[in-house]
Design a protein around this ligand. Structure first.
Ligand code: URA
Length: 259
């Protein structure tokens, strides 16, 4: 009687389990399901895993794209300066005292583009105010132009607005991320022509180096006539090259008279 009851009871229990979906046969060897990763219990929130505490990689940004996006809506030189103040992707900014934006008179027919600020420029926040700057002023005065000359002004800026440490050469990636700002600067200052001082600005604007070959001839970039010249700092070290610089200044003067 008891075994009959057991039979019916056991059968009823089995049917009930099948109804619940327990249809898998039990294996010969036991399985520790806590060791299976997909069935392991989730750790409590208060005990973060190594994965959770690992530093999360910052999303990759391309500084050139960021710079391009920033200048797109810029309409004035003040806005351009503000955009540079906000740009956080150039390491040079961290070591610089000041942003060196420009000097002279915006709207001048001549826009002079140098390399990067040195010590004096970094201290004063103005381009070309050291020894090389004094020579640059003397060069332009010799053909009747000056940064404070309201009749025949020039406008001055650099490719990099922050001083590189120990006046080292600008790196290609630093130049590349500044180019959207430089191009916008030229567009807004709207000069008739550009004077590029030295190799760095020639490389940045013309994509060419070799100032000894480039100087003394008009080329075109960004829709404007461009005169590459020896950098005044080079002229201070190589005074015999001043003769070539004088030739280039006379070409500049003639061009300004004819246009
Ligand atoms: N040299 C440059 O190219 N720019 C400056 O502003 C000063 C020195």
């Amino acid at each position: 009687m008891e075994s009959e009851l057991n039979f019916h009871r056991a059968r009823a229990l089995l049917e009930w389990q099948i109804d619940l979906g327990a249809t898998e046969a039990i294996g010969e060897t036991p399985i520790n399901r806590y060791k299976l990763s997909d069935t392991a219990p989730k750790p409590k929130a208060s005990t973060p895993t190594a994965e959770a505490t690992a530093p999360v990689a910052a999303p990759q940004v391309d500084p050139v794209t960021v710079a391009g996006d920033m200048v797109r809506s810029v309409e004035t030189l003040e806005q351009l300066r503000a955009a540079l103040e906000e740009f956080e992707h150039c390491e040079l900014k961290k070591g610089a005292r000041n942003l060196v934006f420009s000097d002279g008179i915006a709207g001048a027919r001549v826009m002079v583009i140098g390399e990067a600020p040195g010590r004096d420029e970094d201290m004063q926040g103005k381009p070309f105010v050291g020894r090389a700057g004094k020579l640059l002023d003397a060069m332009f005065e010799a053909i009747g132009f000056g940064r404070a000359d309201t009749e025949s002004p020039i406008y001055i800026t650099n490719i990099l607005p922050w001083r590189p440490p120990q006046n080292r050469d600008p790196k290609p990636d630093e130049i590349a991320m500044m180019m959207p700002f430089v191009e916008k600067h030229i567009e807004l200052a709207a000069p008739d022509l550009l004077v590029l001082m030295g190799n760095v600005s020639c490389q940045a604007i013309l994509g060419q180096k070799g100032i000894t070959k480039l100087r003394g001839r008009w080329v075109e970039a960004l829709g404007k006539p461009v005169m590459p010249m020896f950098h005044p700092a080079y002229l201070l070290r190589n005074p015999s090259a001043k003769r070539d610089a004088w030739h280039d200044l006379l070409m500049l003067q003639a061009k300004l008279k004819e246009t």
